[in-house]
Write a protein that binds this ligand. Structure first.
Ligand code: SF4
Length: 377
């Protein structure tokens, strides 16, 4: 049986078959990936989320060469937001109808575990219905080292204080040879899976992600996807709680130390890898299209290459944009709805767990003035 037919029939692909996908023409991959997407999720609907990114500190001791966001604690523009500043950002999110924050920062050695615990309590006290997905595996590893506690213990304390989930950042390519070249001090593959597994064991939300463009080949991309698929199997079987979705981004190097050293990835490579991900990740329902790295047009195209979700408004994004990005740090609801409709789908607002909250009336949203575009704190 042809490898694409096998994937469309829902049969699991072997490592050799996944590798072979990288040699197939893009239109054939797209057709098969879209077919699988139509089987797995509502064919008419493309979902989106209203949320906000908050980068609570840019102080970081890891120093990844692909990161233009971090600062050392002595640099003039190093910052850590106060609880009140973070609360003001949440208020802005509530004004545009969102109730979820994605909060991440650097590995800041000046912030003890109590700082995080008190922050979560403070935010949940002020905003009881706020959903907080925060602190990537790298930040949790930093807290393990700072406190001597295990990831499970750190995460339990954070969960008790109000943590709902963990963002998918820090995965990049989960093959250590690739990681070492781009960022020798970056969290290792084994630790990334260990900490994600700990989060999943506690019932926390997690997202699987991938960043292409470090100079990795088909072999490393294959290993990354197979590793995520294996973790999803494990987590669903043991905890009944796996990754909520998969998101793919392209590496942005413009303002980073990797400029001229890493090739980045074209839109063609992005779409090809996305389509392959849809065929490989047979235990994932949802794949996100990414507009911040390659723009809205490529994100619309991605809806025919396996993606069923347009990501989120983000409202404020500092990490991708600092590295280069597409020049946009947020999207309005109006823009997202318009792009979904223009691509031929019905928009649906969802929560982070992909439960549909409402089917907005695109006509009404598109007729609205831009009052949802608030000045940001
Ligand atoms: S990517 Fe994260 S861990 Fe790496 S330097 Fe930037 S903030 Fe630090």
């Amino acid at each position: 049986m042809d490898v694409l037919e096998k994937a469309v029939e829902g049969k699991r692909l072997t490592e050799a078959e996944v590798l072979a996908l990288f040699d197939l023409p893009l239109p054939e991959l797209a057709a098969a990936a879209h077919e699988v997407r139509l089987q797995k999720t509502d064919p008419q609907v493309v979902t989106y989320l209203i949320d906000r990114n908050i980068n609570y500190t840019n102080v970081c001791t890891v120093g990844c060469a692909f990161c233009a966001f971090y600062r050392t604690r002595r640099q003039k523009d190093a910052y850590t937001l106060s609880y009140e500043e973070i609360a003001r950002k949440v208020e802005e999110l509530y004004r545009v109808g969102g109730k979820r924050i994605l909060m991440q920062g650097g590995v800041n050695p000046d912030l003890p575990l109590e700082w995080y615990v008190d922050l979560l309590r403070y935010l949940k006290g002020r905003f009881p219905d706020l959903r907080i997905d925060a602190f990537s595996p790298e930040e949790i590893l930093g807290l393990e080292r700072l406190t001597g506690l295990r990831a499970e213990e750190v995460l339990e304390r954070l969960k008790e204080a109000g943590l709902d989930g963990m963002p998918g950042a820090g995965a990049e390519i989960l093959v250590d040879e690739v990681r070492k070249k781009a960022a020798p001090a970056r969290i290792k593959t084994e630790d990334w899976y260990r900490i994600v597994d700990a989060a999943q064991s506690l019932g926390l939300y997690t997202l699987a992600s991938m960043v292409i463009g470090f100079g990795e080949g088909a072999k490393e991309r294959t290993l990354h996807l197979l590793g995520l698929r294996a973790q999803q199997d494990r987590a669903l079987e043991r905890y009944g709680n796996g990754f909520a979705a998969f998101a793919l981004w392209t590496l942005q190097v413009e303002h980073t130390r990797l400029k001229g050293k890493a090739p980045g990835a074209t839109a063609h490579e992005y779409l090809k890898t996305l389509a392959i991900a849809r065929l490989v990740l047979d235990n994932f329902a949802h794949l996100q299209a990414s507009w911040p790295t390659l723009g809205f047009k490529v994100a619309q195209t991605a809806l025919y290459y396996g993606a069923d979700d347009f990501g989120s408004t983000m409202l404020e994004e500092n990490v991708v944009s600092a590295a280069g990005g597409h020049g946009r740090t947020h999207a309005t609801v109006r823009e997202i709805v318009r792009h979904i409709v223009d691509a031929g789908f019905k928009p649906a607002e969802r929560d982070p767990l992909y439960r549909i909250l409402r089917y907005p009336d695109p006509g009404a949203i598109l007729a609205e003035a831009e009052e949802r575009e608030l000045p940001l704190a």
